[in-house]
Design a protein around this ligand. Sequence first.
Ligand SMILES: Cc1ncc(COP(=O)(O)O)c(C=O)c1O
Length: 430
Amino acid sequence: MKIKSGTKLYKFAKTVIPGGTTLFSKRSELHLPKKWPAYFTKAKDIYVWDLNGNKYLDMFCAVGTSILGYSNNNIIKSVYKNIEKGNLTTLNCTEEVLLAKKIIKHHSWASMAKFTRGGGEANALAVRIARACTKNKNVAFCGYHGWHDWYLSANINSKKNLDQHLMSGLNFDGIPKNLKNTSFPFPYNNLKYLSKLINEKKIGIIKMEVMRNVLPKDNFLQKVRNICNKKKIILIFDECTSGYRENMGGTHLKFGVEPDIAIFGKALGSGFALNPIIGRRQIMKKAENTFISSTFWGERIGYTAALSSIKEFKRLNAFNKVKKNGKLIKSIWLDLSKKYKVPIQIMGTDAIPSFLFKKNHSQRKTFLTQEMLKNKILATNMIYITIFHDKSYIKKYIQVLDKVFFDISRKKIKNILKSQICFKPMNRIN
Ligand SMILES: Cc1ncc(COP(=O)(O)O)c(C=O)c1O
């Protein structure tokens, strides 16, 4: 098959892969329909090359799977070395045990760990263990927690239940109807709502992201912990996206609130698949009373990459650099918004900042992506910050963004937009 361009390959991909890609966030329609380059040949630091040899500055960085940029030399070397020696054998790899010990050391409240290769399955595993520990099997949740039945079943009651946590009006096709009334969403920072849910729905498990776009208010996390203690509810923090991004471990360490189970992912493997689930001993031991097992969870690559990443995070002072770069980006957005009187709302942590245009968001966001792409930059309104996103690397981004805000303030975007408006991505308000 002769591949002429990423846009053509993506069109074909939709005929052989439902939805065109395996990850929703990589669909071209979410960025620049029919124009997004879609496929890469190689990547290094914060640059990606498309199928036609174009080199892009990447401000989205693989949906946050590496804060060290692409292809960190030391991580790659350690992975290569172990691949050469054997990736998956009859016997286990020692790195699994070493990583368990390391991650537990970062979290003094936890004593045991298990590992998966995806965030959704890590969440399903955590719910299974928690359900094995409690007589109240119902889950109250806040945030996005993957594609599994326990989570999507929340929409059987009302198709609006996942509107604020994942996306609007999601179908629940393929989810058994008898899972109705087993998972219930709650809004972030709304203790009153959560308390009512606990009283009415026999909640035995609370699963939540520690924070996504807004800060916890009025000691929210500690109050959730207190309710869990009082009602004997198992508290799970899903830190698939937030963990190992701005500090060594979960962001809950920063807020001083300890869960019973925590889940990590993305940033820890620096682009290699790995999702640890850690927890208190008496809870994690219950995994032995149920069946949780998978062939490729024994693969050596992810463990090796994570162990090596932890060393690199320290050596490169990565967390401080990420936070500094995120602050810089937020200040640039704010300055441009004021300079051109284009109102925006800035959200997110310094490690994953984002903004919304207060008027015509989707149209303006599409225009931004269009102009960035013209200048060989992959960018939307959200940035997964890496250690490379500092002033020296992002000069061009700042220049193009200045022009984008200028155009938005002076011109009819409808007339200069050469693409169909992008589709709505996930809604994540917590
Ligand atoms: C908080 C959270 N949980 C779970 C997931 C799902 O992880 P994965 O895409 O690896 O299945 C994500 C992914 O974005 C996430 O941000």
